[in-house]
Design a binder for this molecule. Structure first.
Ligand code: F6R
Length: 607
């Protein structure tokens, strides 16, 4: 993954490069680095760990220079050390890279054989040497960049400096995003428009295979074949505002608490409360012709999709499957006429999901995407964009984007049901009324925070925790386990409650807490039976249910968390809140870095 930024200007760039990196840190935070050219030298500062370490280093050893590049890293090749931090430099070339060079091993052998000395374990450094070797053969910077790009397999974006050309900044993109920003007498490169938002809103998106030469006043873009091309500059809506935590200790806590508002905002775009109808954006295809839905995503987005499979099949009676984006295109999926592929992504940049979207589009499927970042690649490439209005999500663990995805998917299921003649007006009105109850119910669910907080210290001492649920509560169990493991580092698994007795029940003893998600409804009794099976084996149960469920079966559990009573249709949106709070408070009790947990990044732009 990684975030990259570059500036060619007439004024000092170091502070602004670091400001831009702050806005790209969601892409990785294993190490960071910056390079500028000044006084005839290429000068670097690099530091392992989060950006704050680099900022300290630059404050201690300032970097002058009116041209520079910078990088925040999510490690792929090589440990997150200073030596592996970008920028990587040779005598005359310095670059930052986002992506993976798949053929780096033969290229590495080639540059070593040519006498180059490699300082790092990264695939990226090899590219700097290839460019240096091209210069040594007499190539101009343009030629050296073009020749080197031709040699690379894999996904990448680059920002590149040449010591002998302190007025030129090069960029290239294939597979990983890169935007060009136009300022007043200065130019920018960035992984996204958000990183450049404090400096300019005039943005051009490079296309696959493009590379670009920037000077303070000029932009020259080339396509993969080396021909000059124009890419339109548009005014980006990315906000320059710094997102604050307010009174919250962490962004994740803030984002959990924002949910009633942002889910209401999102529903507002899909639901007409007066007419009691749902309305999707203008349709590029006929929903009534949809014969099959494949929902594709990664992580929490995939799990939001899994909840939606229940809604879509129940309301529209259209066969619906979920597909792990990283597996999807490699198993050569069957595309049929009437197939709709629905992609879900907060960032709109996740490499696996994006590649799957392109595969489905090329395969002639109808393509829709539920995306939070409306300037993202997926938002631009999908046929039907179904935006979530969660606002910027900073915490690495997805919370408000997840529930906004659920809100859009619920509305989509109703709309598809309507288009298929399965949801009559009276049923649509009933479902819309239920959706209208969601923000207040989420607010009420936040009221369970004190009870969850009280449980956290004991749970934080567990080595393993299981989550179980049935129906749509099964993906919610998976989501609970995912959230817990990513921010607390406690091993957690989610199971369909009925599946426990087919193996996982062997794990149960008094040391393995089991979180049972069982709101009242058609599956309640069956889930409670599975809960009793756990308790009969000495398991410690935390029951998440409503007042009736807790009254009926709270006795004998270690703890029972009472949630508002809601219709089963909207219960996943409500259950999400205690599931998130539980992960959050356990992580806080363990003292982990909640917003930036180890080894993760907010946007996963490598396969
Ligand atoms: C989990 C989480 C990740 C993301 C996944 C997909 O809390 O945040 O699992 O859901 O990486 O990211 P997007 O939605 O940006 O495609």
């Amino acid at each position: 993954m990684c975030g990259i930024i570059g500036i060619v200007s007439r004024e000092a760039v170091a502070d602004r490069l670091i400001d831009g990196l702050k806005r790209l840190e969601y892409r990785g935070y294993d190490s960071a680095g910056i390079a500028t050219i000044h006084d005839g030298i290429m000068d670097r500062r690099r530091a392992p760990g989060k950006l704050v370490n680099l900022a300290r280093e630059v404050a201690a050893h300032p970097l002058p220079g009116a041209i520079g590049i910078a990088h925040t890293r999510w490690a792929t090749h090589g440990a997150p050390t200073t030596g592996n931090a970008h920028p990587h430099a040779t005598a005359n070339v310095c670059l930052v890279h986002n992506g993976i060079i798949e053929n780096f091993k033969p290229l590495r052998a080639e540059v070593i054989a040519a006498g180059c000395h490699l300082e790092s374990d990264t695939d990226s450094e090899v590219v700097a040497h290839l460019i240096e070797l091209a210069l040594a053969r007499g190539a101009s910077p343009d030629e050296a960049v073009a020749q080197t790009l031709d040699r690379l397999h894999g996904a990448f974006s680059f920002a590149i400096l040449f010591k002998q050309h302190p007025g030129l900044l090069y960029g290239a993109r294939r597979g990983s995003p890169l935007v060009v920003g136009q300022g007043d007498g200065e130019m920018f490169l960035g992984s996204d428009a958000l990183g450049l938002a404090p400096f300019t809103s005039r943005i051009a998106y490079l296309e696959e295979g493009d590379w670009v030469r920037l000077s303070a006043d000029d932009v020259t873009i080339f396509d993969a074949a080396g021909g000059r091309v124009e890419r339109p500059f548009i005014t980006s809506s990315a906000s320059a505002a710094v997102i604050e935590k307010g009174n919250h200790r962490h962004y994740m806590e803030k984002e959990i608490h924002e949910q009633p508002i942002v889910v209401a905002q999102t529903l507002g775009a899909y639901v007409d409360p007066l007419a009691e109808t749902v309305a999707l954006p203008a349709m590029p295809f006929d929903l009534a012709s949809v014969k099959r839905v494949q929902i594709v995503g990664c992580g929490s987005a995939l799990l939001a999709g899994q909840v939606a499979t229940y809604w879509i099949e129940a309301l529209a009676r259209v066969p619906t499957s979920i597909e792990n984006a990283s597996e999807y295109r490699y198993r050569d999926p069957v595309y049929e006429e009437g197939g709709l592929c629905l992609f879900i992504s907060q960032s709109g940049e996740t490499a696996d999901t994006l590649a799957a979207l392109r595969h489905a589009k090329a395969g002639g499927q109808m393509v829709a995407a539920v995306v939070n970042v409306d300037t993202s690649t997926m938002a631009r490439e999908t046929q039907l964009l179904l935006p979530t209005h969660a606002g910027p999500e900073v915490g690495v663990a997805s919370t408000k984007a997840f529930t906004c995805q659920l809100a859009v998917l619920a509305a989509f299921a109703i709309a598809l049901g309507k288009a298929k003649g399965r949801v009559p007006a009276a049923e649509e009105a009933r479902l819309v009324q239920l959706l209208e109850q969601v923000p207040a119910a989420m607010n009420a669910a936040l009221g369970a925070e004190a009870d969850i907080l009280a449980l956290a210290p004991a749970l934080s001492r567990a080595r393993d925790i299981l989550y179980v649920g049935r129906g749509p509560d099964y993906p919610m169990a998976l989501e609970g386990a995912l959230k817990l493991k990513e921010i607390s580092y406690i091993h957690a698994e989610g199971y369909a409650a009925g599946e426990l007795k087919h193996g996982p029940i062997a794990l149960i003893d008094e040391h393995v807490p089991v979180i049972v998600i069982a709101p009242s409804g058609p599956r309640f009794d069956k889930t409670v039976s599975n809960m009793q099976e756990v308790m009969a084996r000495g398991g410690r149960v935390v029951l998440l249910s409503d007042a009736a469920g807790v009254a009926a079966h709270g006795a004998g559990t270690t703890a029972a968390i009472t949630l508002p009573t809601v219709d089963p249709f909207i219960s996943p949106l409500v259950t999400a809140v205690p599931v998130q709070l539980l992960a959050y408070h356990v992580a806080v009790a363990k003292g982990t870095d909640v917003d930036q947990p180890r080894n993760l990044a907010k946007s996963v732009t490598v396969e």
